[in-house]
Write a protein that binds this ligand. Structure first.
Ligand code: NDP
Length: 399
């Protein structure tokens, strides 16, 4: 069928590469390109020998002309941005210049401000339309599958959705006192920011971790969860018509929170550079360097994740509730692709999103959030490619 250029060679990219190779009918050829080429070569070595032809390349994705050169020489059908949110705009620029489809798993965030928003990427809409290419934004799990779940609920079960609660539970234990499940810098920026939710047309801001609830998750058990701001809230508030409230909750253990508070209190989570022995360093970047690499958590992590959405609304004039979620086992993921479930639950939807664009199932020039496309083929692919979902029509609601 085609050829994909995968940018990044970290925890999530490792899963993407495995999944593309499993799906060699669609991904006949892939090129893994990243800043550190040895990581791309290591992935190629693991997976070479199958039907998918793998090549590797070195690229600085902050540099548009380097990207353009690579895209022009490889001529992919799609560029899969599995690097970091900081690279979104440079990769989109290179895709525009070369008229190549684009997808990512996280929205743009400037390096010097902890503020992720879609506005920077949404302004590309007209340019992508004119170039006749598609940009698919946020094709991970959250954002990603949570948007697909929302589009699916709206299409099949509701005339009107009034509330969405997104619940992201990680019941996994890695045995370290403190480690993050994906890129530590991005993760800590996200969880130390103020919380917020959407209600009656406006954002309500909360202090970080101010709102706490307890929920009994299927196959995991009871966990404390906290309200966070999360990027899909921004697009769902616009794309799910008539929505009155959307909230996002994530579970955290007490050890994680205690460590985070302490690191915050001593200034280690700051993104403002300081001078140390004549050199400028960013405390959070230094912290990342001393924390366990998320990619190394795979063999140690046991337990399950449970991520999904609870919808309330109306169908045929009657009140209705619906909960759709996926449960994923860390050890099963490790057995299959050598990664824990957080990378797995992001990498599988990234592969599926690229497949939707490459196969023409999702075919519209412009810049789109995932919930703007037909959810049905994606939902089917989730069952096939390792993230089967479950439904519950009488869920316990979050107060
Ligand atoms: P990692 O830090 O493990 O990997 C990032 C990769 O990007 C590394 O290989 C890194 O290279 C590469 N990279 C960074 N900067 C550049 C650059 N300038 N040029 C080329 N390559 C670069 O991160 P993860 O794999 O954990 O996360 C990947 C993405 O997935 C992130 O954007 C994250 O926000 C997103 N994510 C999305 C989720 C979702 O559900 N939607 C959930 C979890 C993550 P090097 O090895 O040299 O450092």
């Amino acid at each position: 069928m085609g050829r994909a250029l995968i940018i990044g060679a970290g925890g999530v990219a490792g899963v993407v590469v495995h999944k593309c190779c499993q799906n060699s009918e669609v991904f006949e050829e892939i090129c893994i390109a990243s800043r550190t080429k040895s990581k791309c070569d290591a992935l190629k070595e693991k997976l070479d020998g199958g039907k998918t032809q793998i090549t590797t390349a070195q690229v600085d994705a902050d540099n548009v002309s380097e990207l353009v050169q690579l895209i022009n020489s490889y001529k992919p059908d799609i560029v899969m941005n599995i690097a970091l949110p900081y690279q979104d705009l440079t990769i989109m620029d290179a895709c525009l210049e070369t008229k190549t489809n684009y997808m990512d798993t996280a929205n743009y965030e400037p390096l010097d401000t902890a503020k992720f928003e879609y506005k920077w990427q949404w302004v590309y809409k007209e340019k992508f339309e004119k170039a006749g290419i598609t940009a698919l934004l946020g094709s991970g799990f959250d954002p990603g599958v949570t948007g697909v779940f929302s589009a699916y609920a709206a299409k099949h079960y509701f005339d009107e959705i009034s509330e969405i609660d997104i619940l992201d539970c990680n019941g996994g234990e890695h045995g370290y006192p403190f480690a993050t499940n994906f890129n530590p810098e991005i993760n800590i920026r996200e969880v130390s920011a103020k919380g917020s939710y959407w209600e009656y047309g406006k954002w309500i801001e909360t202090e970080p971790m101010e709102i706490k609830r307890t929920y009994n998750f299927d196959e995991v058990g009871e966990k404390d969860m906290y309200l966070l701001h999360h990027e899909e809230l921004e697009s769902l508030a616009i794309n799910i018509k008539g929505i009155k409230r959307i909230r996002f909750f994530m579970t955290f253990g007490q050890s994680y929170l205690t460590h985070l508070k302490c690191l915050e209190n001593v200034g280690m989570t700051s993104i403002i550079p300081i001078e140390y022995e004549g050199k400028q360093i960013v405390p959070l970047q230094f912290l990342k360097a001393v924390l366990p690499d998320p990619a190394s958590l795979g063999p140690r992590t046991k337990g399950k994740t449970n991520i999904g959405c609870i919808f309330t609304g109306k169908k045929d004039g009657k009140e209705k509730t619906y909960y759709v979620y996926n449960v994923c086992d860390h050890q099963e993921c490790y057995k299959e692709v050598g990664s824990q479930a957080i990378s797995y639950t992001t990498g599988v939807p990234a592969m599926i999103g690229a497949m939707m664009v490459m196969t023409g199932k999702w075919d519209a020039p412009g810049v789109y959030n995932i919930e703007e496309f037909d959810p049905d083929p994606f939902m089917e692919a989730l069952n096939k490619w390792g993230l089967p979902w479950k439904e519950n029509f009488r869920p316990v609601l979050v107060d």
